[in-house]
Design a protein around this ligand. Sequence first.
Ligand SMILES: [Zn+2]
Ligand SMILES: [Zn+2]
Length: 379
Amino acid sequence: MKGLLYYNRGDLRFSEEVPEPKVVNDNDVKIKVAYCGICGTDLHEYLEGPIFFPKAGKKDKISGFELPLCPGHEMSGVVVEVGDKVTHVKKGDHVVIEATSHCSDKARYKETMKQGLPFCSACKAGKPNICKDLNFLGLGTGSGGFGQYVVYGSDHVLKLPEFVPLDTAALVEPISVAWHAVEQANFKPGQTALVIGGGPIGLASILALKGHKASRIVCSEPALMRRQFAERLGAEVFNPMEHKDTVGDLKALVPETEGFDAAFDCSGIPITFQTSIDALGHGGIAVNVAIWADKPIQYNPMSLTYQEKLATGSMGYVVKDFAEVIEAIANGLIPLESVRVLITGKVSAQDTVEKGFNELINHKESNVKILVTPNGEQL
Ligand SMILES: [Zn+2]
Ligand SMILES: [Zn+2]
């Protein structure tokens, strides 16, 4: 089939001979990919990887597959074939894929199934998103959405309501990342939230907070174009470069609670991490959504202690997050028009490196999400 193959850092090639995945298990679902978003993680794999992808000569922990592999994990598409035991979706259904892979997925790949590996403690506890071997379809586990077809277990496949167009549906994945983070903040309707950073995940966080009925959403972001995107989604915006006392001025926006109920660091630099804690009211929860380089930073532990604040992190998503995002789109809490604002481009598989990856790397602020169309444009 046609698609992209990731060989190594800086080496992503279009090919007409990408191996087409096949239905081999009785719970497999084969999907013709409509749209697949290019994620920051894909850019990291291209510029600095392999990170999730196995290193040259190594095998993926879940699937046992080796490079080259087809990337792409933010997919929507149409079911074309199902295994014998699949009942909740059928041929012709429009679907999205929850792309994590974890202990329960090892059984899908014969080689690791023979090893009879036990589930890890996180998977046993019903938290497969923090599985010790966590990976994603399209980042090492199986062939991803930058190819014409994907095959994955039916437990990862969610049916879409008919009125949701397939291009907009490709955004369910990044919004689910943000949805999980909002759940990690134990967020209640009517609470106030600070989103630090207006990149793709910061903007998705604004939508996830709307879905949780936040009373105030403030997005702090220095870049004008990103603030404009945040405003179009309905957030109040704050330019930290225009304030001497950033924390004091942020807290002054929510005088009732003397700080926000929850804060989401979607930037991932030391100052934003500290601000995400300092701008909270007492008992507030700061969630790190950003992916950091693997090295420590300094912060002040007493900034948590004095007001019994919490700092936590959010990793990926679970199927429930996808289901709740689809429901929030269906009931209008997350308006379709707002989701559509995040789509800033569509490219063919052939043009993905030049007009997708390079465009996102070189014109960061004017882009949010570029969708790849491995089977050509379809609506
Ligand atoms: Zn992603
Ligand atoms: Zn596990």
